[in-house]
Write a protein that binds this ligand. Structure first.
Ligand code: PLP
Length: 381
C-alpha cells in the first residue's frame, strides 16, 4: 500500500469490510481515528506464517514446542532491542494484554485494594480495577508547556498506603506518548520495592518510539516484583490474532499468576502464536518503514498545530501512534469532531476526568487520510 497517497475513499474500500471494528463503528463518511488499529496492512512474513499454518495442518491444538518458540522469540526480541532480561522459563502466554492485567489484578490484590494508575490513561486501566471491585487510585500526570510528566512525589505517597497493592504502569504511555526514562523507572521501582507494591507494566507500545529510547522494566536491576505485559499486536498491527505474553520477575510471582486454571485463563490460538513469532523474528524491515511513516504523520499534525489554534498536542510525546489533542474551549471536543467534521476520535473523558477538553486521534493511517481529517477539522470547527 502507498502509505502516503492512498485516499480516504480508497482506504474505506479496502477496510470497511466484515472484519474491522474500527471501520464499521461509524457511518461511511466518518474517518475512523479511534481504536488502536493501523490502516497500513501487515507484513508479508506474517501473512505467510498464517497461510502456512492454515495449509499445513497447523490449526489443531498448539504443540508445546510452538509455545516454547513464542517465548524464545519474545525473549530474543527484548534482548536485541531493549537489552531486556527475559527469562524464557518465566513467561506465560495469554490471549491479550488486558486479559493479563485482569488476571494479575485479581491474583495479587483483594476487593477494596487500590491499583495506582497515571491518568489520563488507556480506559481499561480504569475499568478493570472497577469491575474487579478494586479502586483505581489516580496518580495524575503533571502537565506543563512541554507535555506530561510523572508525579513521583504523589506516586510515593500513594504507594506508601498499604491499601494500594499494585502500580499499573503504561510504558510508554497511552494516550500522552510520555516515555519513562531509565532514571525514572529506577526511582519508581525503588519505591515499589520499598513499599511492597507489585508493578504491572504494559509495554505494548514499547517499539513505537520516535527520537527517544524505550526502557523496559526487564532491563532494570530491581528488587521489586513485576509483570511485563506485551504483545506484537500494536507494533505489527495484528490485534485480531489474539496472542500476548506475560513475563515475571521471579518464579514466585509467576506461580501465583499461573494458579488461575488454564481453562479459565484461555490460551492464544495457533494463528496468534505464529503471527507473533513471524512479527518478532522477521517483520523489523516492515516496522521500520511504518515508523518512518508514522513519524511523518506526526510532523503533519505538528505543522497543523503550528498554524491552527484549534488544539494543541504535548511537545514531549515520543511514543505510540496516538495523538492527545487538547482543545481550548470545548470540554467535549470529540462530539463536534464527529458531528461536524465527521472525524471519529476517542472521547478524552474515557481516559479519566483529566481527559475533558481532549480527544485521542489515531495517526496510523495514510497521510492523505490524515490530511483530509485535518482539512475537515479546520473547515467545520
Ligand atoms: C496500552 C494498551 N494496552 C493494551 C491494549 C490492548 O491490547 P490487547 O488487545 O492485547 O488487550 C492497548 C490497545 O490499544 C493499549 O493501548
Amino acid at each position: 500500500m502507498d502509505f502516503v497517497n492512498t485516499t480516504f475513499d480508497e482506504l474505506r474500500g479496502l477496510l470497511r469490510n466484515r472484519y474491522s471494528t474500527k471501520w464499521n463503528r461509524y457511518d461511511s463518511e466518518v474517518i475512523p481515528m479511534w481504536v488502536a488499529d493501523m490502516d497500513l496492512g501487515v507484513d508479508e512474513s506474517i501473512v505467510s506464517a498464517i497461510d502456512d499454518a492454515s495449509r499445513n495442518f497447523g490449526l489443531g491444538y498448539p504443540s508445546q514446542s510452538l509455545m516454547d518458540e513464542l517465548n524464545s522469540s519474545f525473549s530474543r526480541l527484548y534482548a536485541r532491542k531493549f537489552n531486556g532480561k527475559i527469562d524464557q522459563t518465566l513467561t506465560v502466554a495469554t490471549t491479550d494484554v488486558v486479559q493479563t492485567i485482569y488476571i494479575a489484578i485479581s491474583t495479587f490484590s483483594e476487593e477494596g485494594d487500590g491499583v495506582i494508575v497515571q491518568t489520563p490513561i488507556y480506559p481499561p486501566f480504569l475499568s478493570t480495577p472497577k469491575i474487579l471491585k478494586r479502586n483505581a487510585v489516580e496518580n495524575r500526570l503533571k502537565v506543563d508547556d512541554d507535555g506530561y510528566h510523572f508525579d513521583i512525589d504523589d506516586f510515593y505517597a500513594k504507594a506508601s498506603d498499604p491499601k494500594n497493592k499494585i502500580a499499573l504502569l503504561c510504558s510508554p504511555h497511552n494516550p500522552t506518548g510520555m516515555v519513562m526514562s531509565r532514571e525514572l523507572l529506577l526511582e519508581v521501582s525503588k519505591i515499589c520495592a520499598e513499599t511492597d507494591t507489585l508493578m504491572i507494566v504494559d509495554e505494548i507500545h514499547g517499539q513505537i518510539i520516535f527520537g527517544d529510547t524505550f526502557t523496559s522494566i526487564s532491563a532494570i536491576d530491581t528488587d521489586a516484583d513485576y509483570i511485563v505485559c506485551t504483545s506484537a499486536t500494536k507494533a505489527y498491527n495484528i490485534a485480531g490474532t489474539r496472542c500476548a505474553v506475560a513475563a515475571f520477575s521471579s518464579k514466585g510471582v509467576m506461580d501465583k499468576f499461573d494458579a488461575i486454571p488454564f481453562h479459565l485463563r484461555g490460551m492464544p490460538s495457533n494463528i496468534g502464536v505464529v503471527a507473533a513469532i513471524a512479527a518478532w523474528d522477521h517483520a523489523d524491515p516492515w516496522l521500520s518503514r511504518v515508523l518512518d511513516h508514522l513519524n511523518h504523520n506526526r510532523s503533519v499534525l505538528r505543522s497543523f498545530t503550528e498554524r491552527s489554534e484549534l488544539f494543541t498536542i504535548p511537545k514531549n510525546s515520543r511514543a505510540t501512534y496516538l495523538a492527545w489533542l487538547r482543545f481550548v474551549d470545548d470540554s467535549q471536543p470529540w462530539k463536534v469532531l464527529l458531528d461536524k467534521a465527521k472525524v471519529g476520535c476517542s472521547p478524552g473523558i474515557d481516559f479519566g476526568e483529566s481527559g475533558n477538553y481532549h480527544a485521542r486521534m489515531n495517526l496510523a493511517t495514510t497521510t492523505a487520510t490524515l490530511e483530509e481529517a485535518l482539512n475537515r477539522i479546520e473547515k467545520y470547527l
